[in-house]
Design a protein around this ligand. Structure first.
Ligand code: HEC
Length: 232
């Protein structure tokens, strides 16, 4: 078999296949078999809760339509927010998969090419050990930026306008419009719109030292100028 070149190539091919299987499948499976996979409910951090409640403040009517009103008793109230937030995350994840956002966006900051400088901390394997990474959404190409550190980078208002019509905020953007995330205009996100925004704000919110939230100054809710003038 080793007398011919093709014989050597054949054996090397099988060898490399076996090596790849051991290093990419077998060893990782052994390493992570004892790490429990997190449920959505375990993924809600104060960072994310802040963003979810911010949706309720910014789009009160839409929010009430999608999730109802929170109960008043403090204990029930706390539980209610977490439950609704988990519902929004699960739904947002389904929409992300269904709309094919992963065709254009990756969720993996690689340890090469100084990606850290553009997208934030390099991704770690434990970050993928949860329900919302099934199927894994690493993505295969980047038409748009990596989204694994997107949470907190932009305000909910920004996302609403951007999903409604990306070209309004980003010149020449090839990202499609998503008018079906809204009941008419960008200030009326529907249940789908609220869910995808929650999901996008979740991305990276699990990091202890979080690049955006640390320097995050929430933009205050101000009345649009035009309205103020008309009211005077
Ligand atoms: C055809 C490719 C394409 C698709 C599909 C697409 N995007 Fe984008 N996206 C882009 C490009 C390119 C940009 C950068 C320009 C811009 O901001 O519009 C972008 C920007 C973004 C940003 C802003 C990132 C930042 O902070 O600057 C977010 C968030 C985003 N996309 C989320 C999504 C979600 C969620 C979906 C699915 C509902 C989606 N995208 C679908 C191409 C795409």
């Amino acid at each position: 078999m080793f007398e011919s070149k093709s014989g050597i190539v054949f054996v090397a091919g099988i060898g490399f296949f076996a090596l790849a299987f051991v290093s990419n499948a077998f060893v990782p499976a052994l390493m992570y078999k004892n790490i429990p996979e997190k449920k959505v409910e375990e993924l809600i951090t104060p960072n994310l809760r802040y963003q979810f409640e911010d949706l309720a403040r910014r789009f009160p009517e839409s929010f009430e339509k999608a999730y109802g009103t929170p109960p008043e008793a403090p204990e029930e109230n706390e539980k209610w927010w977490n439950e609704q937030c988990a519902t929004a995350l699960r739904r947002g994840h389904k929409i992300y998969v269904g709309e094919g956002c992963w065709h254009c966006h990756s969720q993996f900051v690689r340890p090469v090419s100084n990606e850290e400088q553009r997208f934030g901390p390099v991704s770690r394997s434990w970050e993928y050990q949860n329900e919302l990474q099934r199927p894994v959404l690493f993505g295969t190409r980047r038409v748009g930026p990596d989204l694994s550190r997107e949470g907190g980078r932009r305000s909910n208002d920004w996302h609403a306008v951007h999903f409604y019509h990306p070209l309004d905020l980003s010149e020449g953007s090839p990202m499609p419009d998503y008018p079906w995330f809204f009941d008419g205009s960008p200030d009326k996100p529907n249940e789908r719109g609220l869910a995808i925004m929650t999901y996008v704000q979740w991305l990276g919110s699990w990091l202890e030292s979080y690049p955006y939230y640390e320097s995050y100054v929430p933009s205050p809710l101000v009345k649009p100028e035009a309205e103020e003038e008309a009211g005077q």
